[in-house]
Design a protein around this ligand. Structure first.
Ligand SMILES: *Cc1c(COP(=O)(O)O)cnc(C)c1O
Length: 365
């Protein structure tokens, strides 16, 4: 049989290598003109918001939270069904993550559950645009406004996704994007904070660089969370390819939607543009792990589970969720897995994924 089809694959071309080489030859490799250009060029992806580049998506969340005023004793409502960085960033900013359940169709934060979790200590609601599908930030923004709290967006998986014609990362007080290699585009490591609030933007810029705007005139205690020009140069090249890759992801997803039988394919909410960071299916009633094993061993089709253990049950975070029961989160964690959808798949790869899934589903793994 043909080659193994990996569940994800970063696409790094000669252009990225040449861009890195040019920065290295310039002799100036730390944060500089490449970072400034990357911030400008990424802004349209975040709906025209001001962008501040940092060294990871986690740093984007962390610095954004501090700049938004989240600190000790402040509750931030987050989903549990996400990568741990979402809640970790709340904890390292000094706040308290309050986990709520998801909508079982979109896998994103359930607005009804979010509103029910608001207390006098709640400062913000931070949904995740999970798998590249926008969370219901239209409803969540209304809820946040009604209660006088902030909406914040973890957009780490959703470069280019939108809801009601508006880009994710432009709904909340800030959005946080990631450029980790498996994301829809990469800078090696890196992240961006997007915001429409000039004061928040300035605070993130200070926090990223020891609290300094003028050298040695430190205004607050900050971090070194700067992006290097080497990483920004990679990101700038990748950004020129993002739109084409997103279209390819969407075409691959459409072919999977059309061809797959016997599994629950991802739904797209009204008015949503899904950018398919992951193409995530459910196999209720079947053994998910055996299903994935059969795909790998019999068909050389890779797949992955995002995320098998909900955040509120992780040893690092369970202290924030004593006795909490999130049934939709638990069901998703037990049933979902993600099939290859990345832009480097060939037509034959897509056909093999479809044939494999349909055969395994029919055999009743
Ligand atoms: C990847 C990711 C992050 C963190 O980004 P890094 O760049 O890896 O620090 C945060 N939230 C979600 C949902 C992610 O998928």
């Amino acid at each position: 049989m043909a080659e193994f089809i990996p569940p994800a694959k970063p696409m790094i071309g000669e252009e990225e290598i040449a861009a890195v080489t040019a920065v290295m030859r310039s002799g100036m490799v730390a944060q500089g003109p490449e970072v400034a250009a990357f911030e400008e060029e990424f802004s349209p992806v975040a709906g025209g918001a001001e962008c501040i580049a940092v060294n990871s998506g986690t740093s984007a969340l962390h610095l954004g939270l501090i700049a938004a005023g989240i600190g000790r004793g402040d509750e931030v409502i987050v989903p549990s069904f996400t990568f741990a960085a979402t809640a970790n960033s709340v904890v390292i900013a000094g706040g308290t993550p309050v986990f709520v359940d998801i909508d079982p169709v979109s896998f994103c934060m359930d607005p009804v559950a979010a509103e029910a979790a608001i207390t006098p200590r709640t400062k913000a609601i931070m949904p995740v645009h999970l798998y590249g599908h926008p969370a219901d930030v239209v409803s969540l923004k209304k809820i946040a406004d009604r209660h006088g709290i902030l909406l914040l967006e973890d957009a780490a998986q959703a470069h280019g996704a939108s809801l009601a014609g508006r880009a994710v990362g432009s709904f909340g007080a800030f959005g946080a994007f990631s450029f980790y290699p498996t994301k829809n585009m990469t800078s090696g490591e890196g992240g961006i904070v997007s915001t429409g609030d000039p004061q928040l933007a300035r605070t993130v810029r200070l926090l990223r660089n020891q609290g300094m705007e003028q050298r040695y005139a430190n205004e607050l205690a900050g971090f070194n969370a700067r992006m290097t020009d080497i990483h920004a140069a990679i990101g700038r090249v990748q950004l020129t390819k993002l739109e084409g890759w997103t279209q390819q992801r969407r075409r691959n997803a459409a072919a999977l939607d059309e061809g797959l039988q016997g599994v629950v394919v991802p739904a797209v909410a009204d008015g949503a543009v899904h950018v398919y960071h992951q193409y995530t299916v459910r196999v209720p009633g079947l053994d998910r792990d055996r299903f994935m094993q059969a795909l790998r061993e019999e068909w050389k089709v890779g797949s992955g589970v995002y995320y098998p253990i909900p955040n509120h049950r992780l040893p690092s975070l369970k202290q924030f969720a004593p006795g909490l029961d999130l049934p939709q989160t638990e069901a998703a964690a037990a049933e979902v897995f993600s099939l290859p959808v990345h832009p480097s798949l060939s037509q034959a790869d897509i056909e093999r994924v479809i044939e494999a899934v349909n055969a395994v589903a029919k055999a009743g793994a």
